[in-house]
Ligand binder design. Structure first.
Ligand SMILES: Cc1ncc(C[n+]2csc(CCOP(=O)(O)OP(=O)(O)O)c2C)c(N)n1
Length: 655
């Protein structure tokens, strides 16, 4: 007999099964996910933990008419597989393949696009209100993890939902884990509920007993209901959700299919806001994922038998190096503290947590709070380093402006995963930070070209006391250059000339510096001799150097792993326009004004033309375009014997 899973092409097929049949599908789903994700990489542990919950939700609710709204969407692999995407599941996170998150363009079962945490309650409440406005009839079921519940946004949603009183089911998928162990008072509160089942058992027993007392039952039940409130406040610590206007149901074993189905069937009949507290185990059903849920939260391809990752780079990642230098600085400067918003592993700040546990703060998935918290630390004399991914720091824009920059507080922003992240796709690309930081007064914005400069920049940032600083660096392995023995404090706002040249100057920032050097070498073989500048700073710009370049070069080329609107190239364009350099041509290379699809980071950079070959080709195209337009003949300028006529280089900068 073949797999039962192969016959599940939509939730309709599930609804024909009995509980043993569903349990078999759950087993097959796990096996299928493990095999596939071992090839593609992905968010395995969250999805393994949500298998029974997913089956029960689609079994009980009438999807796609009823709307399941996933938070983050990284736990939804089972959802994808049973909603008609099984045959394409092997393309997960690959260019042109299935997204790693929930995405409405992919399926009618994907009700809301996600990737960032904490959005589901607000979005689900919006849907519930739209339903009522339009007099439609369906259920909205939000699935939110205990980690995502630490987001302020989740609480804003709960607060509003409780007051509006709409029909809304919030399923709290509580595995006591964020990526690492969940943190904060709320997680203690949830643990208390799980570990204090006495109240729930007591309540159920009384309820059943009074239900059996036919004639007196009703009156006794209403008295019990009143006592219940008092009892609860004694035995249940809090009553948080009920006080917020939700009916609280739980805790329910999230791996017990028949129990889940029974509870959800009841819940489906209820009106008003309901919170169902479901307890699951992250990584459920795969030994290695259960044992090491943080690593299996999201990982690259791995060996199923051993659980070991397949790709092991010899060059450390920027995140690991950042963690290393933060510890190095913290060991010399007792005022330095580190802050992460639930990403201690991803940002490398785990190293600080291990070396100086009392100088490390994991504030939960609360990026805005992390920044204002850092402002508070800084204003009272500490030197906080806030390590947050570029995409998640978008959440904290106002806090950077209002709480940090306006007050010139010396907070260091360590902006990880800046640029194209690749497999996680458009929700996770960090291509906007140069644009959303560059216009903030008092902020210094820099990007290192390699591991040595990363270290220099952290030291530079901590030594700078006039205001905040931001260092942005990409995902993945650093360049692999030999390490310098000691760091150097860089002059603020000074670029570095890496290669001298004539007529064309390439100004690159951060991760694009080495590709720019490669482009220059390629162009040399074509008879060109471009200058290459490592800009280092996007704010302040090296205006002195720009003036010289604008006076000597006919073509300036900027290269950045950031959106073109508002980025580094825009800064140079503004400088040229504002200073009357009307004759200097500027070619801006970067990420176009559109959301990028998911896929391998290297492939995407190549498609964007941000690798050495692409940069060289763009410069050649630009020059030949102008040649055809007969405004500029680079062959005449750079070609046979004419080179010596070209202008001399400006003086050295940066060092
Ligand atoms: C705003 C934001 N910050 C950080 C992240 C990174 N992130 C993805 S999942 C996750 C943990 C979520 O925990 P939980 O909601 O409990 O789901 P679980 O993975 O435990 O199933 C984090 C921190 C994110 N997606 N969005």
């Amino acid at each position: 007999m073949g797999r039962l899973l192969d016959r599940i092409n939509s939730p309709e097929d599930l609804r024909r099964l009995d509980i043993p049949g569903l349990a078999q599908v759950a087993r097959e789903l796990r096996e299928f996910m493990i095999q596939n994700v071992s090839q593609t990489g992905g968010h395995l542990a969250p999805s393994l933990g949500a298998v029974e919950l997913t089956l029960a939700l689609h079994y009980v609710f009438d999807t796609p008419r009823d709307k399941i709204v996933w938070d983050v969407g990284h736990q939804a692999y089972a959802h994808k597989i049973i909603t008609g995407r099984r045959d394409r599941f092997h393309t997960l996170r690959q260019y042109g393949g299935l997204s790693g998150f929930v995405k409405p363009e992919e399926s009618e079962y994907d009700t809301f696009g996600v990737g960032h945490a904490g959005t589901a309650i607000s979005a689900g409440l919006g849907m519930a209100c739209a339903r009522d406005h339009l007099r439609e009839d369906y259920k909205v079921v939000v699935v939110v993890g205990d980690g995502a519940l630490t987001c302020g946004l989740s609480f804003e949603g709960l607060n509003n939902a409780g007051a509006l009183g709409k029909d809304l089911v919030v399923v709290l998928n509580d595995n006591e884990m964020s990526i690492s162990r969940n943190v904060g008072a709320l997680s203690h509160y949830l643990t208390d509920i799980i570990t204090a089942p006495m109240y729930n058992r007591l309540k159920n027993d009384i309820w059943e007993l009074t239900g059996k007392m036919s004639h007196l039952g009703r009156r006794v039940r209403s008295i019990v209901a009143r006592i219940d409130q008092g009892l609860k406040s004694i035995i249940v610590p809090g009553l948080l959700f009920e006080k917020l206007g939700f009916r609280y149901i739980g805790p329910v074993d999230g791996h017990n299919l028949s129990r889940l189905i029974r509870v959800l069937t009841e819940v489906r009949k209820f009106k008003g806001p309901i919170l169902v507290h479901v307890i699951t185990k992250k990584g459920k059903g795969y030994k290695y994922a259960e044992e090491d849920a943080p690593r299996f939260h999201g990982l690259g391809p791995f060996d199923v038998e051993t659980g070991r990752s397949k790709k092991q780079s010899l060059v450390p990642t920027y995140s690991e190096l950042a963690g290393e230098v933060v510890v190095e600085i913290a060991s010399r400067n007792p005022r330095v503290v580190g802050i992460t918003a639930a990403m201690s592993l991803g940002t490398g700040l785990i190293q600080l947590a291990e070396a100086f546990p009392d100088r490390f703060y994991d504030v939960g998935i609360a990026e805005g709070h992390a920044v204002t918290f850092a402002a508070g630390l800084a204003i009272r004399g500490l030197r906080p380093i806030v390590a947050i991914y570029s995409t998640f720091l978008q959440r904290a824009y106002d806090m950077i402006v209002h709480d940090v920059a306006l007050q010139k507080l010396p907070v260091v922003f360590a902006i990880d995963r800046a640029g194209v992240v690749g497999d996680d796709g458009p929700t996770h690309n960090g291509v906007f930070d140069l644009s959303y930081l560059r216009h903030i007064p008092n902020l210094v914005v820099m990007a290192p070209k390699d591991e040595n400069e990363l270290r220099d920049m952290f030291w530079t940032a901590v030594s700078y006391d006039k205001g905040p600083t931001a260092i942005r660096y990409p995902r993945g392995a650093a360049v692999g250059v030999p390490r310098k023995p000691s760091p150097e404090i860089l002059p603020i706002g000074k670029a570095e000339i890496l290669r001298e040249g004539q007529n064309v100057a390439i100004l690159a920032i951060g991760s694009t510096v080495y590709p720019a050097l490669e482009a220059a070498e390629r162009l040399e073989t074509r008879g060109l001799n471009p200058m290459v500048v490592n800009a280092r700073f996007v704010k302040p710009l090296d205006e002195e150097l720009l003036r010289e370049l604008a006076g000597h070069f006919s073509l300036l080329v900027t290269v950045e792993e950031n959106a073109l609107p508002g980025g580094f190239g825009s800064a140079v364009a503004e400088f040229l326009a504002d200073n009357g350099y009307r004759d200097v041509r500027l070619l801006r290379l970067g990420v176009p004004d559109e959301f990028l699809e998911h896929g391998d980071r290297g492939l995407l950079l190549q498609l964007l033309g941000l690798d050495g070959q692409g940069i060289a080709a763009a410069i050649e195209r630009e020059l030949s375009f102008h040649e055809k337009g007969s405004r500029f003949d680079w062959r005449r300028l750079f070609g046979l014997g004419e080179r010596e006529k070209a202008e001399q280089l400006p003086a050295h900068h940066g060092k």
